[in-house]
Design a binder for this molecule. Structure first.
Ligand code: ATP
Ligand code: MG
Length: 561
């Protein structure tokens, strides 16, 4: 950070902050900073949107400015109120607040229409009847200039009348468009007389059936920004070629404000897809269980999975803001998550695949009330109670009859420590008729509660729960939704790379008694297993459901430190 840097941010300043700082020094926009987050309500927000949310809200707050929420709702065909609601909830969950500045591009339909009339009056727009196919032919290609529409020189009076009749519903869908009169020879295709309005008889979630003409995105976006007195309009790189059109529209119109469009690189993450169209397809084709499926990169899915808003904000900070596209390792996102969860999650024990263990040298009804800390480094989290009794469960994975090399857990005749409890020794292995291990008979060394065993070392520690008092829970284990690093960028269909093992449901798991009262979205570290959170949709008091948020092992941190 430079010495003159007066902001309190701990991260080095990005190029957008530098531009804004310069603008402030030059008293541009009277020292005001106002941004906006402009989602189209045609799907749920994903982690890519989080980057834009953090950038827009974060930048505004850094410069004591404001950030608006604006729904870019110019294409009612794909939009829906369900999406509007979910988008608002996700932004709030992430920790940002647009206060009373909730806007809709559709709020401006009347003004957008009037600006269309203004453009016609200035000889800068015309009504055109070329069909979509014809318009495409006239547009030319990247290497060939376009040709003027035969209707380009229509009189202003005639254009005004036709535009009014388009609005009045006199024409069929697609019969006419309103086009900007710019330059059909421009090397920038976006400047070749782009369509500003089209006729579409569609019901709109905000304006109902009031309109049968709808403005196009490029035309709407810059005017909406200007009407809201946005100072810096931050968008992703693919809009760089649209900036001349953004500026052209505002330059023609009698409109006081002219926001500055600045482009940044979108967030891409490996092992996932991040286009709303594809995410919607996954939902519509039942390849996942809805937009909020915990395997989805949607904010709703990530929330359900157990991601904390802080870990997502921190990740967006780590990724930074740049001008060149790149792909971020999903391990970095998980690292940020673990970092947060390690500090904030109370510990608990849960046996995923229970194996019954009967202690042969304690009486029926024996009970040791044990007190364990809820967090090894944070005393304030307090303690939890768990009682040791004659019958307990350990995990099937912690016992091997024929141990592989290096196996440090329980084996026939071997010893292991129960976490926070005694050292036990496996005396007998009980199998069913199929030869499957169904029960162990073990003895405790009564001198090992809180003390080292005499004269020998016991290396392994396993987690356990009391049989009777433990709570039966369902556990949903998740793995990556795609088993290809770049499911999007391969020759095949991204759906061919869906990981068939991305969800495993375990029932009959046993959790320690303190988990009986866990609330939806509460997060825990299940010792030796990973971070888990109570499913906010399906979990009930009678049938608790926990989602695996992320495992304990952080390979990303090892490689990047
Ligand atoms: P998608 O391509 O996923 O459909 P979109 O850009 O069409 O996304 P919008 O609703 O228009 O979705 O996006 C709202 C804002 O979020 C826009 O400013 C857009 O640039 C930004 N945004 C979308 N995806 C990303 C991403 N992957 N990284 C950063 N910003 C993004
Ligand atoms: Mg978009």
């Amino acid at each position: 950070m430079s010495e003159s840097d007066s902001t309190s941010s701990t991260s080095p300043s990005n190029f957008i902050q530098q531009i804004i700082r310069e603008d402030l020094e030059n008293n541009k926009n009277e020292g005001r900073v106002q941004t906006r987050f402009p989602p189209e309500p045609n799907g749920y927000l994903h982690i890519g949107h989080a980057k834009s949310i953090c950038l827009n809200f974060g930048t505004a707050s850094e410069f004591s400015g404001l950030c608006n929420l604006r729904f870019d709702d110019t294409n009612p065909e794909k939009e829906d109120l369900e999406y509007v609601d979910s988008i608002k909830e996700s932004i709030r969950w992430l920790g940002f607040d647009w206060e009373d500045r909730e806007y809709y591009a559709s709020n401006y339909f009347d003004q957008l229409y009037d600006f269309g009339v203004e453009l016609i009056n200035k000889g800068k727009a015309y009504v055109c009847s070329l069909t979509q196919d014809e318009a495409r032919q006239f547009r030319g290609t990247l290497t060939e200039p376009g040709k003027n529409s035969p209707e380009r020189e229509r009189s202003i009076a005639e254009n005004l009348e036709l535009f009014a009749r388009m609005k009045a519903g006199d024409f069929e869908d697609g019969a006419y468009t309103l086009r900007a009169k710019i330059n059909m020879q421009s090397p920038n295709m976006n400047m070749r007389d782009p369509v500003l309005y089209r006729i579409r008889r569609l019901h709109h979630h905000q304006t109902g059936d009031k309109w049968c003409i709808y403005p196009m995105y490029d035309y709407t976006h810059c005017i909406s920004d200007a009407l809201e007195n946005i100072t810096h309009s931050l968008c992703t790189l693919e809009f760089e070629d649209h900036r001349p059109l953004y500026d052209w529209v505002l330059d023609q119109l009698d409109i006081a404000s002219h926001p500055q469009q600045i482009e940044f690189a979108r967030l891409n993450i490996n092992y996932t897809v991040m286009s709303k169209r594809k995410l919607k397809q996954l939902v519509d084709e039942n390849l996942v269980n809805g937009w909020d499926d915990p395997r989805m990169p949607t904010l709703d899915g990530m929330r359900r999975r157990g991601y904390t808003p802080g870990s997502i904000r921190n990740f967006c900070d780590m990724v930074g803001v740049t001008k060149s596209n790149s792909v971020v390792d999903v391990g970095m996102l998980e690292h940020s998550l673990r970092d947060d969860l390690d500090k904030t999650s109370p510990r608990a024990m849960c046996v995923l695949r229970p194996l019954k263990v009967v202690i042969v040298n304690v009486e029926e009804g024996h009970k040791d009330e044990l007190i364990l800390s809820r967090h090894p480094k944070d005393e304030e989290m307090g303690e939890r109670k768990i009682s040791f009794s004659k019958t307990i469960y350990i995990d099937h994975a912690d016992f091997e009859e024929v141990p592989p090399p290096g196996f440090k857990r329980l084996i026939p005749g071997g010893e292991v420590r129960l976490r926070g409890c005694y050292v036990i020794k496996c005396e007998e292995v009980i199998k069913d008729s199929a030869g499957k291990v169904v029960e162990l008979r073990c003895s405790i060394d009564a001198a090992t509660l809180g003390a080292k065993p005499e004269g020998r070392k016991v290396k392994g520690v396993v987690h356990w729960v009391p049989a009777e008092e433990s709570v039966e829970v369902e556990i949903r284990l998740y793995d990556r939704l795609f088993n290809h690093e770049a499911p999007d960028a391969t020759d095949g269909d991204y759906r061919d790379f869906i990981n068939p093992d991305s969800l495993e449901v375990l029932t009959g798991c046993r959790a320690e008694p303190s988990l009986r009262d866990a609330l939806p979205e509460e997060r825990f570290q299940f010792e030796r297993e990973g971070y888990f959170c109570v499913d906010r949709i399906n979990s009930t008091k009678e049938h608790p459901v926990f989602n695996l948020t992320v495992g304990l092992r952080d390979t990303w941190a090892k490689q990047n430190r």
